[in-house]
Write a protein that binds this ligand. Sequence first.
Ligand code: ATP
Length: 508
Amino acid sequence: MQDDLLKKIISHAKEYGFIFPSSDIYDGLSAVYDYAQNGVELKKNIREYWWRSMVHMNDNIVGIDAAIFMHPTTWKASGHVDAFNDPMIDNKDSKKRYRADNLIEDYLGKIEDKINKEVEKAAKRFGDSFDAAMYKSTNPRVLEYQQKYDAVNTRFNKAMNDNDMAEMKQIIEDCEIVCPLSGTRNWTEVRQFNLMFSTQVGSVSEDSSTIYLRPETAQGIFVNYLNVQKTGRMKIPFGIAQTGKAFRNEIVARQFIFRMREFEQMEMQFFVRPGTEMEWYEKWKETRLKWHTALGLGEENYRFHNHEKLAHYANAAADIEFKFPMGFKELEGIHSRTDFDLKQHEQFSGKKLQYFDPELNQNYVPYVVETSVGLDRLFLAVLSASYKEEKLEDGSERVVLNLPAPLAPVKVAVLPLMPKDGLDIKANEIFNTLRKHIYCVKDEKDAIGKRYRRQDAIGTPYCITVDHQSLEDNTVTIRYRDTMAQERVNVADLVNIVNDKCSLNSLL
Ligand code: ATP
């Protein structure tokens, strides 16, 4: 059913001009998408919400826009050349490619499901007196599952940490994992696959050298740390924010814009005094969750997932997960990255990247707390939480996007009841005044009900209808998207009414 929801959202996004497959006339390009006329507005508004709350609302955070191409040594220093890999495996019969770690994780997930089912069944049998922990530690069948789980999980974690691809293959064989498509166990070896796209810079092949499309925006911030700190006279703690494209050659790219090969990140690196990083880490976790929930998509749709297995550069990490149509998945990462990146860049560049702390009278390499959210994932979160199919009192149905008003692509549709008798001229007048304040459209075609539905489907919060009475007393009807209620208001009040709900200020 949830799969259905994702399918519906994909087709709605295409039908109503939010997202098209890239190069659609050539049947698209896997995991690459184009934002269409309404999508680009929604995406821009989300980016703007992030930028304003991150940069404009914080005295000690500034923004940059670094280039996508960077000196290739950047990616040596950051560890991406050597370690930004995923293990991949192919099934020789279906010719399908998988991430070996995902196959094993799915296998472990199935064992977990079996344990949970046993516990649920027992809970029903025993009623109120049921003690789940006790049952799990004594029931022979559950214990057997748990032992199996632990044995595979231990081997899996060790193989991943040791980069042992032969052992990964062995686990897949020992667990008798089959390809979901062909149902066979005819697998290739497991190989490490680097996720970075590379290309050549230089006009003649002899003096060209390999450079990468950045796989994250963060490194553009690290290499500019000193430039910004000095020219902005920034005092620690301070942050540098940036939004922009990142590229990853994802092995398995499914689930629409959740996992793309070209996507956009919104990242902020916060530089702090060593030893204070956990305090800031907690603070940013809280701040970022509040920022998300302010959108009103439902607090129950968010949860934290604290990482137990940490990346080599981190001393604490958590994801904010969102309940997508595919279930709870990572939306944003918050990482305490220690001084790993700056120290690596010091070493590889031979330049000092330190801060003189006047209070301590001491130089040090700052520690970093990072917040990193995918703009496209957030777009999908907003779209999927806002998509509603409603049955109306008169038996008809409508599809409406209950988008947070400040994010809606179009804020107001101005609709002359009919394009004659001077109604169109009056509508034009209103439209020309409003468009200076907010993005609005004018629509004259089709019956008024049909026009309302079109606006509902793209999430326009207000429709303004101009009728004969408007010519007499300078009033119009305003129709509210969510309730479909209508009221008569004075034209002179429109800007205030609309701005009140649609301005990003209401979220900040
Ligand atoms: P995942 O585990 O889902 O691959 P990640 O942990 O590799 O994600 P990070 O490197 O922490 O992701 O990147 C920060 C954010 O960038 C993620 O929280 C996500 O919102 C976004 N992101 C990462 N990879 C992609 C992608 N392929 N497509 C769209 N967004 C992405």
